[in-house]
Write a protein that binds this ligand. Structure first.
Ligand code: N2P
Length: 378
């Protein structure tokens, strides 16, 4: 996967080079001509240290979403600290939770979303973070801290945020969709992907039925279930990370996706666009947390602090593509360039219609049962 914003970075570099050339040569001399654009990308925000630290034998174990970090970031961390990162990925909050709650595995850093942070705090599966050891947390915009899922800002460092919406192919979906209803349009039979993620997909079905996306009313959920079963003949597949390559390859016209994945797809294909339908959607926050049973807490703190560093967060943003709460990184990249993305910087009226998932306590089981029934129904 290449850097999401490579094209933009290259453009910025060219403009800078042109300005420098003008300043240096007054425009007259041959050798001050604008340098040719290199094939490769602009200089990254952060670079590998020239003399990597020797490996210390210390390790940290990180459990993150798929496609959710630039591997260069991990390499630089290892080279700067001598701490080796053992890295594993998951596709949904529920998969990650099941693994941690079963207790068999121990991770030092995990990346749950809002409602899952809330659940894991309640279930004592996370430990409070010692901010003295994470000084770069000062780079996080305070508008993203003290959220409802971690009101005391004690357990979770906001990493990314985004919306859920529809990624669509402008060659086959000729009018920009405004409503989620397009996900029930017979014209797109076997021509759409849905998220293989119970909370996300059920939330959209709830919204399509006119219900609250945090509803636990069995009648509302029965409506959502009926809608998703009715929709099944239109669905080519329920997928998570694979949706990106499939949409770029033009395998379907529509997909329910997270905004950062849309950003990536749109950087790879001019035929794709993203919309948050007018009925509203989910806004999510994914956060760096230390599990209660972490083995290397000090290593975890170092890694989280490293990810909060402005140059590292900027570099990581350009790879991952999801909106970030790191104000220092945004300033480094240029606020204007960062805000230019309508996908990552939606208008306020869109945000006003988006809601955060709440942890639903025991009712979560109802979601899980319904989801299994939907997926296994033919
Ligand atoms: C990245 C997954 C994004 C997580 N592949 C959405 N909460």
């Amino acid at each position: 996967m290449k850097k999401v914003f490579r094209k933009k970075s290259l453009l910025a570099l060219l403009i800078l080079a042109a300005l420098l050339a003008l300043l240096a040569g007054g425009g007259g001399r041959e050798e001050a001509a604008v340098p040719q654009a290199e094939e490769e990308e602009a200089a990254p925000w952060a670079v590998m240290p020239e003399n990597p630290a020797p490996m210390t034998g210390e390790t940290i174990s990180v459990y993150n979403w798929g496609d959710y970090i630039d591997s260069d970031v991990i390499d630089i961390f290892e080279a700067e600290t001598g701490i080796r990162v053992i890295y594993e990925t998951f596709e949904t909050n529920e998969d990650m939770y099941a693994k941690i709650a079963l207790g068999g595995s121990s991770y030092d850093v995990i990346v749950p979303s809002d409602y899952m942070v809330e659940r894991m705090i309640q279930e004592k599966l996370l430990q409070p973070i010692n901010w003295n050891n994470v000084p770069n947390v000062k780079n996080i915009d305070p508008r993203f801290t003290h959220e409802s899922y971690d009101p005391d800002f004690a357990y979770a460092v906001p990493y990314t945020w985004g919306t859920m919406g529809i990624l669509y192919n402008t060659q086959t979906v000729l009018e920009r969709p405004t409503s989620w209803d397009i996900l029930l349009d017979e014209e797109y039979r076997m021509d759409m992907f849905m998220l293989n993620s119970p909370r996300d997909t059920l939330a959209i079905a709830l919204v399509m039925c006119g219900h609250d996306l945090n509803s636990v009313d069995p009648a509302d959920l029965a409506d959502a279930k009926a809608l998703l079963i009715e929709q099944k003949p239109l669905v080519l597949a329920y997928v998570v990370d694979e949706v990106k390559d499939k949409m770029i390859a033009g395998e379907a016209s529509l997909a329910l996706v997270w905004s950062g994945d849309a950003t990536y797809c749109m950087s790879e294909s001019d035929e794709l666009d993203y919309v948050v339908p007018e009925e509203g959607s989910n806004i999510f926050y994914d956060a760096l947390c230390i599990p209660a049973n972490a083995r290397n807490v000090s290593g975890a703190e170092k890694f989280i602090d490293f990810l909060c560093r402005a140059d590292i967060a900027a570099m990581n943003y350009e790879y991952v593509g999801y909106a970030i709460p790191n104000q220092a990184a945004i300033e480094l990249m240029g606020e204007q360039a960062y805000n230019a993305s309508p996908v990552n910087n939606p208008p306020q009226e869109t945000l006003d219609k988006c809601q955060v998932f709440k942890y639903l306590g025991d009712e979560t089981r109802l979601y899980d049962t319904i989801w299994t029934e939907i997926i296994s129904e033919f």
